[in-house]
Design a protein around this ligand. Structure first.
Ligand SMILES: [Ca+2]
Length: 293
């Protein structure tokens, strides 16, 4: 892992302080409540249940209508699954490790003047795992569930957005810049998790760094059919939902409400995942319920 330069460390400290002040005005149910969970070395933040306005009437068509949604409490991983965590999963299961190279399409190598080692790959360690399909992410969840006896799964879109809004509900570019690595500040690569400021829940990199797989099928029209009670997406579909934008994207795509669908077999340099745990669920039950299986 590359050691952060002094100026980067100073900026990270300044960003955390600034966000702590800024986020004080963003009310979130139970944001100050304590409690967390650590499973096999992976730290989870408690996200208390509550109601929020999901979506946006001023964004892309698939973000509307904005509608009230009630969420049960859950635990969300403090940061994106890192290569360190993912590689351990691969080693323990005999699974082939995924490339750390960020090349998505050939054209990405031509972006800017940055020196990017696209062929050899970026550092692993505490960089977010990339080049992982939805199926890979599900396998990781199954592995961690089996090891810990808890139901570890991908978040629903509603859980992801609810957690993201814990501290980063503003769409202002200045706010995104404090919490997210995006195309304007990431120098065309991923960065170590937790090197930007956290949101009010203590979650890092919800916006930017890498897109994050959700458990739901993606349907651009499903908000109009939501009953607002812990929605879990369509029963079937072709694409899986991804959230949050990445180092590849402009800040306008790194928002709490932006949605995208992605082939579950796709693997790319801008797409990773994080996991959640349902505290009230028995192993296997919530996983099946959350994803309609
Ligand atoms: Ca992210």
């Amino acid at each position: 892992m590359r050691t952060p330069r002094p100026r980067e460390r100073s900026f990270a400290r300044l960003a955390r302080l600034a966000t702590a002040v800024l986020c004080a005005s963003f009310a979130f149910p139970g944001a100050q409540e304590e409690g967390g969970l650590t499973l096999d070395g992976i730290a989870f933040v408690r996200c208390p249940g509550g109601t929020f306005a999901m979506g946006s009437n001023g964004g892309a068509p698939d973000e509307s209508p904005e509608h009230p949604v009630q969420i049960r409490g859950f635990y969300m991983a403090r940061h994106e699954v890192t290569f360190g965590q993912y590689d351990r999963f691969c080693e323990e299961t005999g699974r082939a490790k995924t490339s750390a190279g960020g090349l998505i399409h050939g054209d990405w190598a031509k972006m800017g003047d940055a020196e990017i080692d696209l062929e050899g790959g970026w550092p692993r360690g505490d960089r977010p795992a990339i080049n992982v399909s939805w199926h890979d992410a599900e396998a990781f969840c199954a592995w961690l569930s089996g090891k810990t006896g808890r139901t570890v799964r991908l978040p629903t879109e509603a859980e992801w957005e609810y957690a993201c809004r814990g501290g980063a509900s503003s769409r202002e570019t200045w706010a995104v810049d404090l919490v997210a690595w995006h195309s304007g500040n990431a120098n065309y690569q991923t960065h170590a998790v937790m090197s930007k400021a956290p949101n009010a829940l203590g979650l890092y990199d919800m916006l930017g760094n890498v897109w994050e797989w959700c458990g739901d099928w993606y349907d651009p029209d499903d908000y109009s059919r939501s009953d607002g009670r812990d929605p879990r997406g369509p029963a079937e579909g072709r694409l899986r939902a991804v959230r949050g934008g990445s180092w590849v994207n402009e800040p306008r795509f790194c928002t709490a409400t932006n949605r995208r669908g992605c082939d579950p077999a796709y693997k790319g340099g801008g797409l990773g995942f994080r996991v959640v745990v349902s505290p009230e669920a028995s192993p296997g039950a919530a996983r099946a319920a959350a994803h309609g299986r």
